[in-house]
Design a protein around this ligand. Structure first.
Ligand SMILES: [Zn+2]
Length: 474
């Protein structure tokens, strides 16, 4: 099943006995409290006589009325069950000066480099060929423009067919600006460092994880990442219930005050059917980053439960069934995942390829050995990852081939087997071993990073609990 399907899944049908209207009421209560506070504040500011008791102020009375008799209008305008605003993560104001704004002006022309282009052809297409030589006299310009490659863009500002300015971004962090001066051109390479800022979002799931994420202001990618982090402990297709909740602390990337994208999730909590899961991101000195539980266990398992994004399970593991083509009773020692032809098939775990080739009814097959105890088999492949051969090392999640219907198959699907000590086990239910925990030598460093994040998650959770109490006392 692909994540989109998982994320879009409507959980309303799931059996559930939790209160559903809780979050609306939480927000309602919050907004009333805010309104009343503002009312009191206004009163204190505007009251002609500070000695007068607050109760006698018409303003206060008005707000009291609102408090005790909530209007339906307020309920309807309450946005969504997300608590996103947090002063500590509030974004700084965006500076006014953004070079991109100038670049988008009408008198700018641009060319996106295609394969086969040369500097000469690019300058011709932009009708500034005569200015190439003078520009390349500048060392910075010639050094930077040499590295241009397909997909990148050159933008130019012309006046009376005379090049005034040229902009080229060799990478995310630098911008080349070539400007016309009296006797030629002058170039400067402007550093544009990417700044990481932290933001957070929380939500209570009402319709689907996907919807909850959107309402909390999360991009679909962050929501998918969140599902990926907890996907080893929570089945996002089957386990999610209305009332489940999550908090994410994540990075946003800014350049010159402008948001250019999202970074990684730093820490997250997911509450699923009363169970709470937490994950903290940790990057080891060698650069490998992963998600760990607060006590240093890896969030991932040594094996993916499913090595392909499938549309449906077309056949389950069984010790005896009628083979659809051979028409005989046969054990089916794996799971068949129906998926469109060409869908990438991923290695379920780190390991070594011990077989790649044809194997009777299973068609094109890859077998991977994982340590001494485990092996996995992938059958009916349409084709292999050409870079891999017998003996190649593969990483968990690495594409090893593509779904097909080679061998005996009625339609494109992956036949997947999981063996423990040579014995076939049901891939859907076999207990999967956990991946390596965080090495002990990094635990102190991990703790120093995770503790403040844990307190933040604690804080957000205590807010949620307080809100839940408000609901039950109403
Ligand atoms: Zn099969």
């Amino acid at each position: 099943m692909d994540y989109q399907t998982i994320l879009n899944r409507d959980y309303k049908s799931a059996s559930d006995d939790r209160p559903r209207s809780g979050t609306k009421r939480v927000l309602f209560v919050t907004s009333v409290v805010v309104t009343v506070s503002i009312g009191v504040l206004l009163y204190l500011i505007s009251a002609p006589s500070p000695q007068a008791p607050a109760q006698e102020s018409p303003q206060t009375v008005e707000h009291d009325t609102q408090n005790s008799a909530p209007s339906t209008r307020v309920r309807q305008t309450i946005p969504l069950p997300a608590r996103q605003s947090s002063t500590e993560y509030e974004l700084r104001p965006v500076p006014e000066e953004i070079p991109e704004a100038e670049i988008k002006a009408d008198n700018w022309a641009s060319h996106t480099v295609k394969s086969g282009d040369s500097l000469s052809s690019i300058f011709s297409k932009l009708e500034i060929h005569s200015q190439l030589k003078p520009i390349l006299k500048d060392q910075t310009a010639s050094d930077t423009l040499k590295s241009i490659y397909p997909g990148q863009t050159v933008r130019v500002l012309k006046e009376n067919n005379q090049l005034q300015e040229l902009i080229y971004e060799p990478n995310d962090q630098e911008m080349l600006r070539v400007s016309r001066i009296d006797n030629g051109y002058q170039a400067e390479l402007i550093k544009r460092p990417v700044e990481k800022r932290r933001n957070r979002a929380s939500a209570i799931i009402k319709d689907s994880l996907f919807m909850a994420g959107r309402k909390a202001g999360l991009s679909d990618n962050i929501t998918m990442e969140l599902a990926g982090i907890f996907g080893w402990d929570i089945d996002f297709a089957l386990d999610i219930r209305t009332g489940d909740s999550f908090t994410v602390i994540y990075e946003e990337l800014f350049r010159e005050g402008e948001k250019i994208g999202n970074g990684a999730i730093i820490a997250a909590e997911f509450n699923n059917q009363g169970h709470s899961f937490r994950a903290i991101r940790y990057q080891m000195p060698d650069g490998d980053a992963g998600y760990y539980s607060p006590d240093g266990r890896s969030m991932r398992k040594a094996f993916l439960r499913t090595p392909v994004n499938f549309t449906r399970i077309s056949s389950r593991f069984s010790t005896g069934r009628k083979h659809p083509i051979l028409n005989k009773i046969r054990a089916h020692k794996g799971v068949d995942y129906a998926a469109p032809k060409g869908t990438p098939v991923k290695s379920a775990g780190d390991g070594k390829i011990i077989f790649k080739g044809r194997k009777g009814g299973y068609g094109r097959v890859v077998i991977i050995q994982h340590g001494s105890r485990y092996s996995t088999l992938y059958g009916h492949l349409n084709s292999f990852n050409r870079k891999l051969r017998v003996g190649s090392r593969v990483k968990q999640g690495q594409t090893i081939g593509y779904v097909g219907m080679s061998g005996l198959a009625t339609g494109p699907h992956l036949h997947y087997e999981f063996r423990v000590n040579g014995v076939h086990r049901n891939p859907l239910t076999v207990k999967l071993p956990a991946a390596e925990p965080l090495p002990k030598k990094y635990m102190a460093d991990f703790n120093s990073q995770s503790e403040p994040l844990m307190s933040q998650l604690d804080l957000y959770r205590s807010v949620a609990i307080a809100d839940a109490r408000d609901i039950s006392s109403n």
